[in-house]
Design a protein around this ligand. Structure first.
Ligand code: PHE
Length: 508
């Protein structure tokens, strides 16, 4: 039986859930394209370095913070820090914003499973025109959003081990098998090699004619850093919450390494499945490489649907397998975001001496997400005339010049995430001291060689790297890189000075 707050039934169950949170839409459409665009293997190396020196460190810190306090993010930050108690709010608002568009994209997967099923039976395979048709039909977009939210709600209402863990223990292995099937199919298409070159050969994206210009090193750092954080579900409260259900005896460093490695492997596998198929089919149907859309929602919902269309009836089968695997990836991430919000209200009630009913809390959380999600769904990626760009007439300010989906994404992934991670580094390095977290990581056992590495990374590497990531993300925001650097560095310096100087004073 679960206790009132919930806990994982086993470490492997926890790992499946944490990997499920990490593996999501970010892996499937973000990683492969960004890798190609940013120089193939060179991007992979930057990504891996960031994952080891920053991602792994924050992963272990979040799990430790959750387990030490046994609380969801807001209460966890309040329990450990005077100066940064408010940071927990960022780790709750950001997942809410992400959910408002993640749920819409999850709904799209349900729609695509349905139309491929239709194609399989009727022999009349849908093509990329389905995307526009879906986006401009407001009732359809809303219906699939609601369907996705109901599935997630039922899982989260089932509890930590009874719902979330159970789903992931079946879902994650199933996802891996389906991914392998799609990779095999994808590689046997003629011209698939061009896609592999796009992904892995440095500079090929430009040489092969996929894009005009390679990005500079700072943009690569910003892109890789942003991608890494989003993909590993960091600075979103998710890992703090999942860590709070973890047994004291489990090894946090080992678990963090497993999560980071698995997430990266799945991202690479997703690339091996998706990019060769999209490129091969584009070339085979006579398109110029520069016309093949390899980025954003278009890749998944129009470019790939054309691939399945061109396979004829059997494409229906591969389409179902593919969109089902994307749907599982989306659900397993969405439930971790919802659990952040659900756990918050359950803990809050507990603080007031009451017991919250998990089912009721999940219902309310789901309803509020769906309400705001309606706006994103009905907007249809800006197809229906009421996106921020249309309302605010602001041509050049990112976040305001786009559709509602990009608007939500800019504030959550673009701003809240790097700021949250940077400040977490300063809080641990400057206010709490790394030993505070290391004690929990070792939970009573003696320290290891990891400690030195952790101390240097969390105190220096994390804040500085996140400052660059923030600047990289803000560059699009202001369309001006000098201003972005100045703002990011000013934020870093102000918070670091505030934290370290006031600490010295107190020590005197
Ligand atoms: N990691 C998920 C993905 O790659 C997204 C996510 C971010 C999930 C933050 C939970 C928390 O799609």
């Amino acid at each position: 039986m679960e206790n009132k707050r919930g806990s994982w039934a086993s470490n492997i169950g926890f790992l499946m859930a944490a990997i499920g949170s990490a593996v999501g839409l970010g892996n499937i459409w973000g990683f492969p394209y960004k890798m190609g665009k940013c120089g193939g293997f060179s991007f992979l190396i930057v990504y891996l370095l960031l994952a080891i020196f920053v991602g792994m460190i924050i992963m272990a810190s979040e799990l430790a913070l959750g387990r030490k306090t046994r609380k969801s993010p807001i209460a966890a930050y309040q329990a450990v820090s005077k100066k940064y108690s408010w940071l927990g709010w960022l780790a709750v608002i950001a997942p809410f914003l992400i959910m408002t568009f993640y749920s819409v994209l999850g709904g799209y997967c349900i729609y695509y499973i349905a139309i491929n099923l239709g194609g399989l039976f009727s022999g009349n395979m849908p093509d990329s025109s389905s995307f526009g048709a879906m986006l401009t039909s407001i009732p359809v977009s809303i219906g699939i959003l609601v369907a996705f939210m109901v599935i997630c709600m039922l899982i989260v209402a089932g509890g930590v081990s009874g719902g979330i863990e159970k789903f992931n223990k079946i879902g994650m292995p199933a996802l891996a098998v389906m991914l392998v099937i799609i990779i095999i199919k994808s590689w046997t298409l003629p011209n698939a090699g061009e896609g592999l070159k796009f992904m892995f050969v440095p500079g090929y994206a430009v040489k092969g004619g996929f894009i005009d210009q390679s990005p500079d090193f700072i943009s690569i750092l910003g892109t890789a850093g942003g991608q890494m954080f989003f993909s590993l579900s960091l600075a979103m409260g998710a890992m703090i919450t999942y860590g709070s259900y973890l047994d004291k005896g489990e090894n946090l460093v080992k678990n963090s390494v497993i999560i980071v490695v698995s997430d990266t492997l799945v991202a690479l596998m997703a690339g091996l499945a998706v990019i060769p198929a999209a490129v091969a089919n584009g070339i085979n149907s006579g398109k110029a490489v520069s016309e093949i859309k390899l980025n954003g929602p278009n890749l998944l919902f129009s470019t790939l649907q054309d691939v399945f269309h061109d396979m004829g009836r059997v494409g229906g089968l591969f389409g179902i397998i593919f969109y089902l695997l994307v749907l599982i990836a989306a659900i397993s991430s969405a439930i971790s975001l919802m659990e952040v919000l659900t756990a918050h209200f359950i803990d809050k009630a507990h603080e007031q001496g009451k017991e919250a009913d998990r089912k009721k809390v999940t219902l309310i959380v789901s309803a509020v997400i769906t309400l705001v999600g309606l706006l994103v769904a009905a907007d249809g990626l800006g197809s229906n005339g009421f996106s921020p760009a249309e309302i605010f007439h602001s041509a050049n300010v990112k976040g305001w010049n786009d559709c509602w989906l990009d608007f939500m994404d800019t504030w959550s992934e673009g701003i809240a995430m790097p700021v949250g991670a940077m400040l977490m580094g300063i809080m641990i390095g400057g206010e709490l001291g790394p030993d505070f977290i290391l004690d929990e990581i070792h939970s009573g056992e003696k320290s290891s060689g990891f400690d030195k590495f952790y101390k240097i990374c969390v105190t220096y590497v994390v804040p500085v790297v996140m400052c660059f990531v923030l600047a990289g993300q803000m560059k699009d925001f202001f369309g001006n890189s000098a201003a972005s650097y100045i703002i990011a560095i000013v934020i870093l310096v102000i918070f670091a000075a505030w934290t370290y100087l006031t600490k010295k004073k107190a020590a005197k």
